[in-house]
Design a protein around this ligand. Sequence first.
Ligand code: ADP
Length: 418
Amino acid sequence: MSTQALLEKIRSIWIYRVAHSMARGMDVRANFVKELEQFFSLLEQAVATGDPAWLDSILSEWAASPTQSDLEQGKNTVTALLSKMIIVTNEVARETLTEGETLNLLIDLIPIYTHLLDKATRLEMETRITYISKELVRVQQQLEQLDRTKSNFISVAAHELKTPLTLIDGYTTMMRDMLDNAGQNQFNDLLVGMNKGVRRLHEIIDDMIDVSVIDNDLLSLTLQQTTVTHILNLLKEELIDAVLERKQKLEIKRFSGADTWIFVDTERFYQALRNVLTNAIKYTPDKGKIIIDGRTLPGFIEITVKDSGIGIAPEHQTAIFEKFAQLGRPNLHSTGKTKFKGGGPGLGLPITRGIIEAHGGTIWVESEGYDEQKSPGSTFHILLPIRTESPDPKIEKLFPLEAPDEQEKEELHGQENT
Ligand code: ADP
């Protein structure tokens, strides 16, 4: 008997069995039996011509229309269906045909099923990859939307908080003046405390506004000529009291590039360095040491701020530059700006990174790890492009580019150690 005749013999029982066995395990399409009939006719054509490609189009159709739950669960339904067909073919042939007929049928069908399985695997893989890629894009968009919402929230909250805070600030100052004038300075300490709290709140709100400005790529730089030494000296002046209070040692080394006149946004760059330095003070125990050093690299000045503090775990060394990285450790939050481990809202380093990156630079940290007992320390590296050309030729005319003389250099360096 020819293979086509053998197929015709098992046709109806084959379709019935395949339809019912799959019905238990998977979602059955409404016209599944019709599709199986069509498949079987194409299988007969494939056997007659010896060309399995007859079945390609129906296979592609099946592979391209998986259900959402199949995709979510990663089920390969067409491959599973083909495997079931092979089992059913074998069973039905053994029950209906002689041993010799079964063997002849299987010999003709095996190459066709192999081709189908191979093609189905490929098609289903492609469908799955397309699905996963789309899912990735969707999740990415969701994350971006979430980040935008977060950033908008920060911006709105910061602006809303600023107005009442300014009122409180004004009234506290007025109260202080009035009580002073009335000779009632027994409230002075309380009012000084209130002023301090209000100032800290102002700083936090300003940081929130800065973060949203950076997030929305709205940070604009006003470039002016200065030297790193000059900025470091100003910074030292501001922070020296905190350093002394914590009995720490701050050393600013002389390094190549520190006296080069470069164009930076002095205020923003100062703010960036202040964040790194206040952190160094905050996360270094009393009597610890902070060393600021650096060097010139081709096209860049590298500034390093090294402390002998509690260090940073490797898994947090990238996250700390993301906004609110500190939120995971609310027990560390405090109002003290330079108090040991006095964690803030976690906005300082994201702002610093935003400022440095806006200058075309980069910042990263190196630390052996976090250990409050051993204090392995951290070193923050800042790479700043050496920009010696004025972005605006008019400014250069007003402030001609001129290196400081030796005496000026001495003055800029000031005292090296405290
Ligand atoms: P915060 O307001 O919490 O100080 P930052 O953005 O300035 O926020 O810093 C984020 C976190 O990075 C800090 O909470 C702290 O855990 C860690 N960190 C920053 N600088 C140091 C440092 N020099 N030594 C140890 N940990 C640091």
